[in-house]
Design a protein around this ligand. Sequence first.
Ligand SMILES: Cc1ncc(COP(=O)(O)O)c(C=O)c1O
Ligand SMILES: [Zn+2]
Length: 440
Amino acid sequence: MAIETSPPPTAATTGTSPTGTNPAVIGLACRGCGRPEAAGLSYVCPACFGPLEVVYDLRAVGATVSPAILATRPAGVWRYRELLPVAVPERSLAVGGTPLVSATRLGAALGVDRLLVKDDTRNPTLSFKDRAVAIATATALELGLDALACASTGNLAGATAAAAAAAGLPAYVFVPADLEQAKIDHALAYGATVVPIDGTYDDVNRLCLEVADELGWGTVNVNLRPYYAEGSKTLAYEIAEALGWRLPDVVVAPIASGAMLTRVARAFEELVELGWVDPRPVRFVGGQSAGCAPVATAWSGGVDVVSPVRTPDTIVRSLAIGNPADGLHALELARGTHGSIEAVDDAATADAIRRAARLEGIYTETAGGVTIAAVESARRRGVIRPGDEVVTLLTGNGLKTPDAVRFGVADENRVATPGRPGLAPVLPARFSAFEGWLSA
Ligand SMILES: Cc1ncc(COP(=O)(O)O)c(C=O)c1O
Ligand SMILES: [Zn+2]
């Protein structure tokens, strides 16, 4: 008679995702020293204080899912659920599934032969942060946490507030007090408690470390950070899938903490390990605002230390992190792939916002302006070469930074004249009045 025995536990059967809902999750591990850590609310290595990240058994993933299976699923972040640390929640926003569009007119203006734009301005709260927050919120729900919080440079505020609303959790959003009003109003609209802090983003972040430790709330980019960071990988999966399961030559993306760019790179590695794409030496280019460019300064200075910027001075509030958690990792990524980190001044950022809007009909916020200008700098530098396929990540919508598009444009140049677009004078509701103005 056959005796039934249980197979020995493997990564695939122990399942140590926060509550075991993705059996392919092995657990957390320190990126610095590799030390394993049980999944849960830990985010820093007790041995070396390095950041923790989620580790998967990719063989188990490959045995369960394939590009053909993915193709049968709806678009959005949960299409790639086997490569995410938590199960699909019962209630959530419709995040991701954004288009990869060919931007030939903008490409020609920038001197880039094949420019593709990942248009992430179209997420539920108009930025890519919805991706990261979707995963953090699902984790908070699985862990039974009773509130969501975040330290935000602006876009995370709206994303956290909206996701909490959809999940039925209270949200506490901590922001620098001098943030753009549009971003504060956005978070308030979803019913969040917005806490303006008299200080920089780095001051806000330090406070949130204490909030997370003392109150045990799910602070999406602090104690839920390993899960939160995983959300950005979905940008990479969508790009590879849109290219027909292929990697591009160059990826250009904005850097604040550096988490997004580095997770996109990790996701490409996963796809190679899974055998879903062929290996390819992708160059990674990061963009920072010159008024807060700790990573770009280290890159151009050829040093291995990212020195914090104490007082950011830029219109690019969304990227104004003076002491980026993943800055060193982003620096190593750019160096190791023969990419670059470009510093962009505010005038070039504003000009790039206007160019993308007028040439492609894509209206991006300041981080996108930095990214487009970074494409141009990297092309000039020779990091982007003739014939390259370049994927540019536009991660937030221009409606969030309505003043930026006017930056550097004199008031008189914003007025429409016959032949020059802009704001026309108030006219009477008569065709003859319009015709008269047009031919004046
Ligand atoms: C629109 C936008 N793009 C990019 C980033 C950079 O993300 P990360 O902090 O992961 O580098 C941010 C960060 O707030 C952002 O708001
Ligand atoms: Zn460690």
